[in-house]
Design a protein around this ligand. Sequence first.
Ligand SMILES: C[S@@+](CC[C@H](N)C(=O)[O-])C[C@H]1O[C@@H](n2cnc3c(N)ncnc32)[C@H](O)[C@@H]1O
Length: 316
Amino acid sequence: MADINAVAEQRSQDPHIYRADPPPAPKLRKAWQLLEQYSHVPASEIEGHVRDVRDRAWAVFPYNCIGRWRFLDLYITTLPQYPELLRRLTHENETLLDVGCCFGQALRQLSHDGAPQQSLVGSDLRKEFIDLGYELFRDRDTFKGRFVAGNMLDPDDASVKGLDGTVDMIHAASFFHLFGWDDQVKVGQRMVRFFKGEARAMIVGRQAGTHEAGGFAREEGKRYIHSQQSMRRLWDEIGNRTGTKWVVEAELNDSLNDIDDLHNDGREGEGEGKETGEDKEREGRGEGGGRAAERGEHEERKRGMTIRFCIRKVIG
Ligand SMILES: C[S@@+](CC[C@H](N)C(=O)[O-])C[C@H]1O[C@@H](n2cnc3c(N)ncnc32)[C@H](O)[C@@H]1O
């Protein structure tokens, strides 16, 4: 792994990955409301406040969602399952885990919309992001939800293991697409263990998507980008390995409409899986992946599609 400062410096030069300035305030209405009403940041201080936290987070690890300010896109509220999440958290005493939660912005939004904080759990590899989340939302002394720093890919990580058997619902945004197929299977198996035995288990989220699934080489390793079909195949495999069965609903969207590219330059969407000059090598896996990989260009990916998903456990 290259030195993080060098990677951040290099990525700062790419406007597909990094923008110095936040998107125009009207595009961030929900985030601004959350910061004003939940975090009590005075309106005149919000921009300076988010710039400060964003810049420090970029130095921790230069994810596109940080570079492109996408953490301020509270897209979770637009999921068709959002009312169900709120109802189950608020009235049915259920628990939600946000995997790869970064600052925990989705959890703060759920809380602001009425979910009991005690029902909210976030986990992330990097404790620095969790700490910066407390700073962003100014709630270190008041937030009653829980955060766990740990590695989803390490089966022996004691912090992560501590969540086994404790949750009913999982939110995973811009998360699976960080990994190759085999690691996504591991992450899925890990998630299955998080659920309570009796849970009406459900995983919702959004990530980079494509019509022709396949693996893409990145500086951090190969990443598998899903179509609807490949996502079903993934959960069939996770189901086979865990003795469970899952129904996958997935919807591909042209992210320029779906998540509203915050900078509205018509060039990329979800971003984390976006191709860069280093993405010349491609790897095909499974149906369609090989063809897409060999073609060398991947138009859907360049257009920045996203896939939203809701994966439910078949009970009984
Ligand atoms: C692209 S960010 C997405 C953050 C957030 N879910 C969002 O939608 O804004 C991916 C997050 O996953 C975390 N992450 C990466 N690898 C991880 C791992 N192996 N275990 C746990 N978290 C991980 C990163 O630290 C980062 O916060």
